[in-house]
Design a protein around this ligand. Structure first.
Ligand code: U5P
Length: 212
């Protein structure tokens, strides 16, 4: 599964990239840059073309977190991404909302950046365990840290794992492909001279790496 991270701030450019890459992209991930620039309506618009994962990295008290999830699902998102370090009660509350929409909840175990080792890395395994216990659908695990991907795969055997960090952040497909269900790629696709060809190639390489 290839998830396109659509971190653009122009609606026209975003729609153009989705149109060009749609044959190779399974879902589109929206984050703050596009939603704060284009408004929440962009989620609805994109959801008419592809499944949308709302990456608001929810990290608030249970009540506020549930409101954020509600807004995402109400506007057509199929899934939301929550931080895991916020704890079990937040995930439980978001799951209640997701169930009303038949939506999915993915939980960030540790971010892809180096600095995430300072805090999140120490709890990534525990976060994966809690996400599993709460019944969340999947995890977001860093392609830049293949050892972490393997660790959370071990903990959460049946959860879906989506992995960002391939390409611009220097994660290597061959190191993680076997352990994940999908990859999340942004800049290597939307900044490419030929986004369609870039998406095709990345998807093909991912599928090949999964088999080797
Ligand atoms: N993302 C990460 N690392 C994480 C969690 C999420 O990069 O640990 C998100 C970014 O916010 C961005 C996408 O939307 O995944 C990666 O984009 P790119 O580096 O492929 O451009």
């Amino acid at each position: 599964m290839l998830v396109l991270a659509l971190d653009l701030t122009s609606r026209e450019k975003a729609l153009e990239i989705v149109e060009k890459t749609r044959d190779f992209v399974d879902a589109v991930k929206v984050n703050y840059p596009i939603v704060l620039s284009c408004g929440i309506e962009i989620v609805k618009e994109l959801s008419e073309i592809k499944r949308v994962i709302a990456d608001f990295k929810i990290a608030d008290i249970p009540y506020t977190s549930s409101l954020i999830a509600e807004i995402a699902f109400k506007n057509g998102a199929n899934a939301v991404i929550s931080h895991g370090f916020v704890g079990r009660d937040v995930l439980e509350e978001i799951m209640k909302v997701a169930e009303n929409y038949d939506g999915k909840v993915y939980v960030v175990t540790e971010l892809t950046n180096e600095g995430a080792r300072e805090f999140m890395g120490q709890f990534a395994r525990k976060i994966a365990e809690i996400a599993k216990e709460v019944g969340c659908h999947g995890l977001i695990a860093p392609a830049t840290k293949p050892e972490r991907v393997r660790e959370v795969r071990e903990v959460a055997k049946n959860l879906e794992i989506l992995s960002p960090g391939i390409g611009a952040q220097k994660g290597k497909l061959e190191e993680i492909a076997k352990y994940v269900d999908g990859i999340i790629v942004g800049r290597s696709i939307y900044n490419a001279d030929n986004p369609k060809e870039a998406a095709r190639k990345i998807k093909e390489e991912f599928e090949k790496a999964k088999l080797t």
